[in-house]
Design a protein around this ligand. Structure first.
Ligand code: ATP
Ligand code: MG
Length: 261
């Protein structure tokens, strides 16, 4: 199918979904995929119909984080996402499998248009979209698909590190230009708790950026030393520790009320 037709079909699909939360970040490795998966799982546990769409072509981590294995079935109704842990999941990784990654911008855009245009989500209250890091091709393409839709909000995930600030600024400027609503900043790996004493090894997120873009830091998530092992052992990230679990519940409260609930 022609890419422009798929793109328009994708926009129609997205406009029918209750709420779309896009998880974006300036830098790589700051925890977007962990936050995307945990938010989706927590919303699912709160009784919402949730889809999770992993559009990271080069590093699709969602299938690994959720231990989601299985065939994607195509029918005339479209591609059927996998149902795992009470949510529906679709990932570039599930389509590419072990085949070579698309390297050209053109091929990546085709793959994203294909997934956005042809996935049949059914009725969803929330669709969480996990993006690759930065303001590259895929991100620009996805933000274009979301432009003008009223049901979209972005969560910007970052560590509070000063090195992350300049890249986050670029991302926030881009979101401002595209007129896409930012729900807030999620500071990940913001602190750790050692015998009751709290340490913040990366400091705090830039107050200057918060003021400049009129934003709020809506969650500060702890560094959880058991997270890697939890995932490795087949567990789910939002339940890795009590502290992380309650932080994700609080994040869901803020996200849900940001739509005026
Ligand atoms: N709060 C946390 N505490 C401890 N480890 C964490 C936390 N958040 C994420 N991690 C770990 O950091 C690593 C990067 O996380 P993740 O893959 O979610 O980042 P990402 O931003 O999606 O990366 P990429 O840019 O490659 O897509 C993973 O090994 C993950 O388990
Ligand atoms: Mg990721």
């Amino acid at each position: 199918m022609d890419r422009d037709i798929l793109f328009e079909r994708g926009r129609r699909n997205l406009s029918r979904i209750g709420r779309i939360i896009t998880i974006a970040a300036g830098k790589g490795g700051v925890g977007k995929s962990v936050v995307a998966a945990s938010l989706a799982l927590t919303l699912g546990e709160r009784g919402k119909n949730v889809g999770l769409l992993d559009l990271d072509v080069h590093g699709p981590s969602i299938p690994d984080i959720l231990h989601a294995r299985g065939e994607i079935v195509a029918s005339k109704e479209g591609l059927k996402p996998l149902s795992v842990h009470g949510i529906k999941v679709m990932s570039t990784g599930m389509l590419i499998g072990d085949n070579p990654l698309p390297t050209k911008g053109e091929d990546k855009r085709n793959l994203i248009s294909f997934l956005v245009g042809l996935t049949n989500w059914g009725n969803l209250d929330y669709l969480i979209i996990d993006l690759p890091p930065g303001t590259g091709d895929e991100t620009i393409w996805v933000l274009r698909a979301l432009r003008g839709l009223k049901n979209v909000g972005v969560l910007v995930v970052t560590t509070p590190s000063i090195l992350a600030v300049s890249v986050v600024r670029r991302l926030l400027s881009m979101l401002e230009d595209e007129k896409i609503r930012v729900i807030g900043i999620v500071e990940n790996m913001a602190y750790f708790n050692c015998e009751g004493k709290v340490y913040r090894p990366f400091g705090r997120f830039s107050e200057e950026l918060v003021r400049r873009f009129k934003l709020r830091v809506i969650a500060s998530l702890p560094i959880d030393p058991s997270l890697e092992q939890t995932i490795y052992d087949g567990g789910l990230p939002h339940r890795s520790s009590e502290e992380l679990k309650s932080a994700f519940y609080r994040l869901c409260d803020v996200v849900e009320s940001s739509w005026g609930e």
